[in-house]
Design a protein. Structure first.
Lengths: 324, 253
């Protein structure tokens, strides 16, 4: 294992942890089945990209996208956070107000598919099907990208973002406000009967989660320097849901564990099998990557069947000074 | 008669042609316990849900303490002090018993996004005060030992109690109780009754749906009888027993 591979794993782990913390806040704690989560990560990535890139006339105009402001780090990342939050407003207003929660899930899944199709076909908007490439690495003008110092630097800023996301999510979840969110998740009508406004609670968490998802997208695009419709297809959201279910719904440590076990660990292991010489020619072409999806599905089913609370279940809150 | 606290005028609630509540008008006097009785399917629970805002009225108007609340959603009515309980258990299963009470309490600085983000130091005082308040209620209803258990693991009667205590944590001005005693142990029923009478003395207004007529007679200052979505009579239990058409409709035996 060389430094670059290790750095790569760490940075991906950080990004997945941030995404899982946000999805856990929405799904695990608040009961919002956000099947369009990946769209929010993606809007962050696109925003960070077009804010940091030169206008699309650069590089002989081989790609087309809006914006191109060449803004210095960290402005594109802040823009990504804002964009994730802003996108949550119209989506939330349409989906979260009137629909019952199972229909909300369906609507969000459909939205994810529509968004991807639209971006794929709108050539001049965000690069279309080909996506955007040559996205500048943050601070790339001062530290040369793809060198060891740069990898360490990037691990550092990713770690800072993980810490901030964890602090925010943890404070929300372990507060009286988090308790209201969990009550809403358990029984929305009863929560309304004790004065909680379910639409407001859901909207707020949809926006906060969208912001954190946007940040995870910015970190990812700054590292891989490309973004396109194929990296945010709706099944990517399912992988994150698998992580939350495996890790433990409603538990932030569980979300982190889930991120390490599923998107990082599980995918990495199956990817290695996939590219391994002895198995590379196993079965018809594409069989192994299809089996990878089957495995993810079985993982979700297995956990829902045998350990629905996940590896780290939601903690039971015991207050000081009580009996026992 | 004291001034009415809650006035419902010509309330209709239709479900696809079914007139569950068909032009009900009632006045709930302040500081009294009013009973709402009637056979199954009379529309009592639907009417209660309309009063609380859980279901919107098809037509009609509702005023609460002189204020028109017809258009207010359920949560806003609860915040004004018009608090309901449910006929079916409606505990927050994955919250502990103590948390079920705490979550209902208003005036907790940590119960907003920005309050929560400021950290524990910002809201811990409120939390401690409310924990004390909640524990006092739990003690009164003999559930102190259960405070750290998940509410979902409690018995039907205990869930009922949790719900009443949860409603009380809001500091309500009007309580709408939907069969609060059903499935509760007789000993605890006495405790609930005593508590409701204490609350009444403190000025709380209560409207309760109840089937157990002895209890209604003992607790309620006046009673409203519903059948087939309409009010068919009201007054004290003693006066209702003298009206043959009401006895025929409901008070059989």
């Amino acid at each position: 294992m060389n430094t670059f591979y290790a750095a790569n794993l760490l940075i991906y782990a950080g990004i997945d942890i941030i995404a899982c913390l946000a999805l856990n806040l929405q799904f695990g704690v608040s009961g919002i089945v956000n099947f369009s989560f990946i769209v929010f990560q993606s809007v962050g990535a696109y925003t960070a990209a077009v804010l940091s890139m030169p206008p699309d006339t650069a590089n002989f105009g081989f790609q087309h996208y809006i914006g191109g402001y060449e803004l210095p780090f960290p402005i594109p990342w802040i823009g990504a956070v804002v964009a994730g939050g802003l996108l949550a407003v119209p989506v939330g207003l349409v989906v979260l107000r009137k629909l019952r929660s199972d229909y909300q899930a369906i609507a969000l899944l459909v939205l994810s598919v529509i968004a991807n199709t639209v971006i794929t076909n709108a050539d001049k908007f965000l690069g279309g099907a080909g996506g955007i490439s040559l996205v500048p690495s943050p601070v790339g003008d001062r530290i040369t990208p793809r060198t060891e110092p740069y990898e360490y630097f990037y691990i550092g800023i990713t770690a800072v973002c993980v810490a901030v996301a964890f602090l925010v999510v943890n404070r929300v979840v372990n507060s009286p406000y988090g308790r209201s969110l969990r009550a809403m998740r358990e029984r929305e009508i009863a929560a309304a009967a004790i004065g909680k406004n379910p639409v407001q609670l859901k909207m707020t968490i949809f926006i906060v989660g969208g912001m954190i998802a946007g940040l995870s997208g910015a970190i990812l695009v700054g590292y891989i320097n490309v973004w396109g419709p194929t990296v945010w297809l709706y099944p990517e959201t399912i992988i994150l849901f698998a992580a939350i279910i495996v890790g433990g719904r409603g538990n932030n440590i569980g979300a982190i564990l889930g991120a390490l076990l599923v998107p990082v660990g599980f995918e990495e292991v199956t990817r290695l099998i996939n590219s391994n010489g002895t198995l590379a020619n196993f079965g018809p072409p594409g069989l192994l990557s299809a089996l990878q999806w089957v495995a993810i599905g079985l993982l979700i089913l297995g956990f829902l069947w045998f350990r629905p609370q996940g590896v780290r279940p939601e903690p039971r809150r015991v207050f000081e000074g009580g009996p026992e | 008669m004291s001034a009415p606290m809650l006035v419902a005028t010509e309330i209709h609630r239709h479900f696809e042609g079914l007139h569950a509540v068909d032009g009900v008008s009632i006045e709930v006097p302040a500081g009294q316990i009013t009973g709402l009785i009637g056979p199954n399917g009379a529309g009592k629970s639907t009417f209660l849900a309309v009063l609380a805002g859980t279901l919107p009225a098809t037509s009609g108007s509702i005023t609460f303490d002189g204020r028109d609340i017809t258009r207010l959603p359920a949560y806003a009515r609860a915040r004004l002090g018009l608090v309901r309980t449910f006929q079916l258990p409606s505990e927050f299963a994955q919250l502990t018993v103590l948390e079920n009470l705490l979550v209902a309490a208003p005036n907790n600085r940590g119960d907003s996004l920005f309050g929560a983000l400021r950290g524990k130091g910002y809201w811990i005082k409120d939390e401690r005060r409310l924990v004390e308040q909640a524990r006092a209620l739990l003690k009164r209803f003999g559930m102190s030992a259960k405070e750290s258990d998940y509410a979902g693991t409690m018995s039907g009667g205990q869930k009922r109690l949790i719900e009443i205590m949860r409603a009380l944590m809001l500091g309500p001005r009007v309580l709408l109780l939907d069969e609060p005693m059903s499935g509760v142990h007789p000993k605890i029923i006495e405790e609930i009754q005593r508590y409701l009478q204490d609350l009444r003395k403190e000025g709380l207004t209560i409207l309760m749906v109840e089937h157990e007529l002895h209890m209604v007679e003992r607790l309620c200052d006046s009673v409203v009888v519903m059948a087939q979505g309409k009010v068919i009579g009201s007054g004290t239990m003693a006066s209702l027993r003298r009206q043959p058409e009401i006895v025929d409709a409901y008070l059989v035996g």
